[in-house]
Ligand binder design. Structure first.
Ligand code: FMN
Length: 345
């Protein structure tokens, strides 16, 4: 049993690149900019991390904004997959060229975003209903970069394999190097469990590597995703607020001990994340606004996390945030019982 789990962790070859590990940190809008990715790299060394979704129009027509936040890469961070969003093959071709010149290690096209503002422009998950356009977009990317190219999709849900088959066909014919599958339909919220059967469908029907994504947070869910036969896995929300998660999972897979940071260490990482954002965005206010989105993830282990989240939402200055952190992430606070997976293999 231990040996078979151990073997699931292995190098991952995607197109012309091989990564030492088959675990990826996925894209999360509002979170996945350079500070988040740098912390993930420092504590976990995933195969690569993804940028948040970046509109091809922003890259082309607002290069200063794109440089400042969206495509900013830290020299200290590991490999980065730049995720583009758009529906115009000419713009996607140009954006692909620009992010390649900027140092993208891989490039992905968002085909899963369920937000109306994106879908109404023919981008995100609405591309899944337009296979001709999807074909043009993938080929536009392939023709304008030498790095591996992928698309990240949602599944059809229900039992409509015909839809999934059509996507699998387009992805193969257009020459994508790999496919990332989030096992939910675009209309499904996060309470709906990830559909592993549909991820397996893509694994079984494609020759290129498939990366499975959805609900991975512990050893059991990681193993369940690998059971689909996917070549690699992508972690989403669970990686926020615990940049050491991938390292912890790898240690558990190898039956090695992993020492979780203490509460005050967790608080220190949260504050470092915020301070890096202040530097990146050049604004305390903007950094605090962004921090409000991910504070709840750092507070997972806090017994009084609801109170902490509420206090962060009210907070407007860095000094107050620092005091909050000192008080809540105190070494004298008792940590709740660890997740059963922290000890079990
Ligand atoms: C706040 C938030 C922002 C997200 N932003 C993106 C994004 O920019 N691009 C993308 O492809 N997926 C995005 N996703 C989807 C995640 O990458 C991932 O597919 C999804 O959360 C399922 O994985 P998980 O269950 O491990 O979180 C986002 C999800 C959340 C919760």
């Amino acid at each position: 049993m231990f040996r078979s789990i151990f073997r699931l962790i292995k190098p991952l070859t995607l197109g012309n690149k091989t990564f030492p590990l088959n675990i990826i940190q996925g894209p999360l809008a509002g979170v996945s900019c350079a500070p988040f990715r740098l912390l993930t790299w420092r504590y976990s060394q995933p195969a690569f991390s993804c940028t948040e979704m970046i509109s091809s129009k922003t890259i082309i027509y607002q290069p200063a904004l794109a440089q400042q936040r969206y495509i900013k890469k830290d020299p200290q961070e590991g490999p980065v997959c730049f995720q583009l969003s758009g529906s115009d093959p000419i713009e996607i071709a140009e954006a692909t060229k620009r992010v390649s010149d900027y140092g993208a290690d891989l490039i992905d096209l968002n085909c899963g975003c369920p937000v109306n503002k994106i879908r109404s422009k023919g981008a995100g998950s609405s591309l899944l209903m337009n296979s001709n356009k999807l074909y043009q977009l993938i080929t536009a990317m392939k023709q304008n970069t030498n790095v591996p190219v992928s698309i990240k999709i949602r599944v059809e849900g229900g039992s409509n394999d015909k839809f999934n088959m059509e996507i699998a066909k387009v992805v193969s014919e257009a020459g994508a190097d790999f496919l990332v599958v989030h096992g939910r339909h675009w209309t499904e919220h996060y309470e709906t469990p990830c559909n592993h059967e549909q991820i397996k469908f893509f694994v079984d029907n494609l020759k290129i590597p498939v990366i499975g994504n959805g609900d991975i947070a512990c050893l059991t869910s990681l193993k369940q995703m690998f059971d689909t036969g996917c070549a690699g896995v992508m972690i989403g929300r669970a990686g926020v607020g615990q940049p050491w998660l991938i390292n912890k999972l790898v240690a558990q897979m190898r039956n090695e001990q992993f020492v979780l940071p203490t509460l005050d260490e967790m608080g220190a990482v949260f504050m470092e994340h915020v301070l890096m954002l202040v530097e990146l965005l050049g604004s305390e206010k903007l950094a605090i606004l962004q921090a409000r989105k991910f504070a709840k993830y750092y507070a997972r282990e806090l017994p009084n996390r609801m109170e902490f989240n509420h206090a962060v939402n009210e907070c407007v200055t860095l000094t107050v945030l620092q005091d909050l952190c000192k008080n809540y992430f105190s070494p004298y606070t008792t940590c709740p019982a660890a997740h059963p997976d922290d000890h079990a293999h």
